[in-house]
Design a protein around this ligand. Structure first.
Ligand code: FHN
Length: 437
C-alpha cells in the first residue's frame, strides 16, 4: 500500500465528516444493500428516485456544521453501490429493467429525480470556501449497470472470463466517471469502496489511480483500490493494534447505519464518540465520522448534536488535536495521548468522571519519561498542575514515576486534556525497572 504522495495535510487533519446521501434516504432503507440483499425489490428501491427532491438542501448549512465540528475534510458519496450519481455525469447506465428510469439519460439525481440538479458541485464549493478539503466517495462496483456482473446477492449477470468485452464496456463507463470526478472536482481525496468484488487487474487499478491523479497529482486514495490506496481504512471496528500504513483512518457511523434510517435510534453519545476519537488520535489515526442526511437535505438533530459537541471539544483542545501525532506507546500511561509534531509537548486524555464528588481529584500516573516537565496544565483552564516525582534513585539513570493530581472541578464534561510541556523532544525509558538502563 502507498504510492507515497504527501500525506501531511491528512495526518494533521485528524477529523473528517463522511456523508452518505442518496435516494435510499427517501424510504429510510439501507443504502444499496436493501435491494442487493433482497430486503426490498429493485423496482421498489429505484422508485425512490422519483421522490428524491433535495428540497431543503443547503450546502452552506452543511459546510457550517462541518466547520463547527472541527473537521478539516469531508467525504461525500458521489455514487454508492446503487449506481445513482449525485453529480452531472455524462455516462449512461444501460439497464435491461424497463421503466425504472429513463435509460436514454444518465442515472443521476440531475436527470432522473425531482432534485433535478447536480448536488456535488455546490457542496464542494461550500466546504472549500471554508477551507475544508473535499473527498469523493465513489463505489467501484455498480449493481445497477447491466454490464456489471454483480446485482443481487445470490446471482451474477455473467462471468468476466466468459465475456471480457462486456466487462470492458463497464470498465470504460467506470473509468470515465472517475475521470469526470477527477477533472471536475479535483478531489483532495478519492474514497473508493466496493473493491472486494474484483481483483486489482480486473479493476485496472493502476489506470484508476492515474485518472485520479490527472485532476490532482497530489490526490490521496483511501485503502480500497486494492494495493493502489495510500492508507488503511478500518470500518466501524476499532483497531486494537495500530494499522500498518503511515497514516490511517477509522470510518464510523453515529448510529448503526451510514445513510438516513429513522428506524435506527442507536445513537452514540458525544461522550462515546469523543472517547473513540481520542483513542484513534492516540493511535495516530483520523476519525471519519458519518452523517446520513434526509432526502430533503436536512440533517437529523442527533447527528448534528454530536458534531456540535465534538466541535466544542475540538476548539477547547485544538492544540492536542490538530497537527499532533500518535502518543505514548503502551505501558507509559493508562489511557490515550498525543504528541506535538516535535514531541516536546505531551497531551494526556483523561476520561470524564460523572456524578463524582466535584471536590475530588483524579490521580494521573506516568512512567518512563526521561524529560523534565517544564510545565503541566489542564487545557482550557489556567490552573497549573503540580508534578510529583516518586521512586527516583539519584544515582540511577532510570526515571522516576510522575503523579499529577487533576482537580475534578476543572475537568471537561467529556474528556479532559492534561498538557505536559517537556524540556525537549520526548525521551522514553522502556526498560524493566532495574538500577540502570
Ligand atoms: O457497503 C458499503 C457501506 O454501505 C458503506 O458505504 C461503507 C462505508 O465505509 N462502505 C461499504 C462497506 O465496506
Amino acid at each position: 500500500m502507498g504510492q507515497s504522495p504527501n500525506t501531511d495535510w491528512f495526518a494533521d487533519a485528524r477529523l473528517g465528516i463522511f456523508i452518505h446521501w442518496g435516494i435510499y434516504a427517501v424510504d429510510g432503507t439501507s443504502e444499496s444493500w436493501s435491494f442487493h440483499n433482497r430486503e426490498t425489490t429493485y423496482a421498489q428501491y429505484m422508485s425512490q428516485l422519483q421522490r428524491f427532491d433535495a428540497a431543503r438542501f443547503n450546502p452552506d448549512a452543511w459546510a457550517n456544521l462541518i466547520a463547527e465540528s472541527g473537521a478539516r475534510y469531508a467525504v461525500l458519496t458521489t455514487q454508492h453501490h446503487d449506481g445513482v450519481a449525485l453529480w452531472n455525469t455524462k455516462q449512461r447506465t444501460p439497464s435491461s429493467q424497463k421503466g425504472l428510469w429513463n435509460t436514454q439519460k444518465p442515472l443521476s439525481t440531475v436527470h432522473q429525480s425531482p432534485a433535478a440538479r447536480d448536488l456535488v458541485t455546490p457542496f464542494v464549493q461550500a466546504i472549500r470556501s471554508k477551507g475544508i478539503r473535499f473527498g469523493a466517495y465513489y463505489s467501484l462496483l455498480d449493481w445497477s449497470h447491466d454490464d456489471y456482473p454483480g446485482f443481487l446477492k445470490d446471482g451474477t449477470r455473467y462471468k468476466i472470463a466468459n465475456d471480457s468485452l462486456r466487462w470492458n464496456r463497464f470498465l470504460q463507463f467506470m473509468h470515465a466517471q472517475v475521470e469526470e470526478l477527477s477533472m471536475q472536482f479535483k478531489p483532495d481525496l478519492f474514497w473508493f469502496d466496493g473493491d472486494w468484488e474484483h481483483s486489482e487487474n480486473e479493476w485496472q487499478a493502476a489506470k484508476v489511480r492515474a485518472l485520479c491523479e490527472k485532476g490532482n497529482p497530489q490526490v490521496l486514495l483511501n485503502g480500497r483500490l486494492k494495493t493502489y490506496g495510500d492508507y488503511d481504512t478500518p470500518e466501524q471496528n476499532m483497531p486494537v493494534t495500530r494499522p500498518a500504513s503511515k497514516v490511517w483512518e477509522l470510518c464510523m457511523t453515529i448510529n448503526n447505519n451510514w445513510g438516513y434510517r429513522p428506524s435506527d435510534t442507536n445513537w452514540k453519545t458525544p461522550d462515546e464518540v469523543i472517547r473513540i476519537y481520542t483513542e484513534v488520535l492516540g493511535m495516530g489515526g483520523n476519525l471519519l465520522l458519518d452523517i446520513g442526511p434526509r432526502a430533503d437535505g436536512t440533517i437529523p438533530a442527533e447527528g448534528e448534536q454530536v458534531l456540535k459537541a465534538l466541535g466544542r471539544w475540538n476548539r477547547k483542545h485544538a492544540e492536542a488535536v490538530y497537527g499532533t501525532r500518535e502518543g505514548l506507546p503502551y505501558g507509559h500511561y493508562h489511557g490515550s495521548s498525543t504528541l506535538s509534531k516535535d514531541s516536546t509537548a505531551l497531551y494526556l486524555f483523561i476520561p470524564s468522571v460523572k456524578g463524582g464528588n466535584q471536590e475530588g481529584q483524579v490521580q494521573v500516573m506516568l512512567k518512563g519519561i526521561r524529560n523534565q516537565v517544564v510545565k503541566c496544565e489542564v487545557l482550557g483552564t489556567s490552573e497549573p498542575i503540580q508534578v510529583k516525582t516518586v521512586g527516583k534513585i539519584s544515582w540511577s539513570t532510570v526515571p522516576g514515576t510522575l503523579f499529577m493530581a487533576v482537580p475534578l472541578a476543572g475537568m471537561d464534561e467529556h474528556m479532559t486534556v492534561l498538557k505536559l510541556q517537556l524540556d525537549g523532544p520526548l525521551r522514553l525509558y522502556s526498560g524493566k525497572g532495574g538500577f540502570a538502563d
